[in-house]
Design a protein around this ligand. Structure first.
Ligand SMILES: [Zn+2]
Ligand SMILES: [Zn+2]
Length: 267
C-alpha cells in the first residue's frame, strides 16, 4: 500500500534536482528504489551515491564532485596547482591548526557558493539535507568516518537561534550522523556570548571575536572521544580552531572538521 502511494506521489510530483529544479529521470528513480530495498547488504557509499543521484540531476551532480583536484590535507581547501608545500596549503603551513584534519565539498566559489548562499538566506531545508548527504559521501570516500565517535555542530547564540530559527550547521551534522551511523550530540557545545559575523571581520579580529565565546557541557564525558565538528563554511578557521581548543582541553582525543565550503584564498 505504501509502495503504491509512493509511486502515485512520484507520478504526480516527479522529483526535481535540488539545485536547478530539472525533473529527474524515472528510470533512475526506479533503479534507486530497487537499490533501496537491499540497502542493508550494500556498501554505505553505494547507498549514499544512489540517494544523491535521486536528488541532483546529471548536470549539477558532477559539478559538486571534484576528486581530481589537489586538496590540502589539513584544511580541505582545493588548491589551484600542486602546492610547493606538499599536502599543506600556505595558510596551514603558517597556522598550525588544533584540529587534526578538515574536509569540505570544495572552495567557496561558483556553484557551491551560490548553493551555500541559498541554503543560508532562504533557509532551504531540502537543499541543506542534500549538501549534508554530499559531505557524508565525502567522509565515507576519505574513510575519515571510521575514526569518528560522535558528531556535533558549531553552536549559535540563543538570541540568534531565536531570531533565525534555522540552524544550517546543526541540520548538516544531523544528516551526516544519520548517514554514517554515529551519535549526533548538539548539546556538548554552547555559545556563551553573541559574536560578530566572522565574514565581516579582518583576519586578525576573527580570532579575538571567538576567543572564549564557546564552552563545553561539563556534564558530558568526552574523555578519549574523536569528534567531528560541523560548520557551513570555514574561512580563516578561527571558529573551528577555538572550539577544537576547548574540546581537546575537555579530554577529546582528536577533532575533525567538516564544512560545506572552504572560504579562504589558498594556493
Ligand atoms: Zn540540477
Ligand atoms: Zn590548508
Amino acid at each position: 500500500m505504501l509502495e503504491i502511494a509512493s509511486k502515485m506521489r512520484t507520478l504526480c510530483f516527479p522529483p526535481r534536482c535540488v539545485n536547478c529544479r530539472t525533473e529527474i529521470g524515472q528510470s533512475k528513480i526506479r533503479q534507486n528504489q530497487y537499490r533501496g530495498k537491499h540497502a542493508t547488504s550494500l556498501h554505505q557509499h553505494e547507498r549514499l551515491t544512489s540517494l544523491l543521484e535521486s536528488h541532483w540531476c546529471d548536470r549539477c551532480f558532477p559539478n559538486l564532485v571534484h576528486q581530481d583536484l589537489a586538496t590540502c590535507w589539513t584544511c580541505g581547501a582545493q588548491l589551484n596547482q600542486q602546492s610547493p608545500l606538499g599536502i599543506r596549503c600556505a595558510l596551514c603551513f603558517k597556522k598550525n591548526f588544533r584540529f587534526t584534519r578538515a574536509i569540505s565539498l570544495g572552495n567557496y566559489q561558483g556553484q557551491l557558493q551560490q548553493l551555500v548562499i541559498r541554503m543560508k538566506n532562504q533557509h532551504d531545508e531540502p537543499l541543506t539535507i542534500q549538501l549534508g548527504n554530499l559531505l557524508a559521501n565525502q567522509l565515507i570516500d576519505s574513510e575519515l568516518f571510521e575514526n569518528i565517535d560522535l558528531i556535533t555542530a558549531v553552536p549559535t547564540h540563543w538570541w540568534r537561534r531565536l531570531k533565525r530559527g534555522f540552524q544550517a550547521a546543526e541540520m548538516i551534522a544531523e544528516t551526516i550522523a544519520h548517514e554514517v551511523d554515529r551519535q549526533f550530540r548538539p548539546e556538548i557545545l554552547k555559545c556563551q556570548r553573541s559574536t560578530k559575523k566572522q565574514g565581516t571581520l579582518a583576519s586578525t579580529a576573527r580570532q579575538k571575536n571567538v576567543q572564549n565565546a564557546f564552552s563545553v557541557n561539563r556534564s558530558t564525558s568526552l574523555q578519549g572521544a574523536n569528534v567531528l565538528l560541523i560548520d557551513d563554511v570555514m574561512t580563516s578557521g578561527a571558529t573551528v580552531n577555538e572550539i577544537s581548543r576547548i574540546l581537546l582541553r575537555s579530554g577529546v582525543e582528536k577533532v575533525y572538521v567538516g564544512v560545506i565550503a572552504r572560504g579562504a584564498r589558498v594556493s
